[in-house]
Unconditional design. Structure first.
Length: 178
């Protein structure tokens, strides 16, 4: 069951981002990464007053695709939920869907110089973090672990792209049972 990860772009996402991320996810989870055709950004998710999109709607769209794999949606629109002014991503472990917005991961968003290495690293960390919940992992207290929750971009830059020892063992055990 759900042996693969499938990447689902909402709107245009640069193919170099998708290719880089698929390699990183393959490496992190040791399972194949597949691709689904580009989906339309759900207009119903747009909040005119906030000029942002509700993350939950994207998760619903992903769940309704009824993919037999774990799905990771990618979008470049700004996301929020009921509890936060903005979110880098979202996840629904029960329905095996996760989501990342790349807009706030781009150094350009903060008026910083273009920096592909930092940009891609942030996307990798956020994607592994959100997907981790679909593999039975949870928030990790280890500050450098990729499953450590972050509140802002500074914290995201501080943690690594890798699982700590405990999370690695949990993941291996889970994948072995599947
Ligand atoms: Zn950990």
């Amino acid at each position: 069951m759900q042996k693969n990860i499938v990447l689902v772009p909402f709107g245009h996402i640069d193919s170099s981002i998708i290719n880089h991320l698929s390699q990183e996810l393959d490496f992190a989870f040791q399972i194949p990464v597949k691709f689904k055709e580009t989906q339309v950004v759900p207009r119903v998710a747009f909040n005119l007053h906030r000029n942002q999109y509700r993350a939950n709607i994207f998760l619903e769209v992903l769940a309704n695709l009824n993919l037999s794999d774990r799905a990771l949606g990618l979008t470049d629109v700004d996301l929020y939920n009921n509890r936060h002014d903005y979110v880098f991503g979202a996840t629904d472990p029960q329905r095996k869907v996760a989501l990342v917005s790349i807009i706030r991961l781009n150094p350009g968003f903060y008026k910083m110089l273009e920096d592909i290495k930092t940009y891609y690293s942030r996307i990798t960390k956020e994607a592994i973090y959100e997907l981790g919940f679909l593999f039975n992992l949870s928030k990790c207290p280890q500050e450098d672990c990729v499953m450590h929750p972050v509140a802002n971009i500074v914290d995201l830059d501080l943690k690594s792209e890798r699982f700590c020892g405990n999370c690695s063992i949990k993941l291996k055990e889970f994948l072995g049972r599947e």
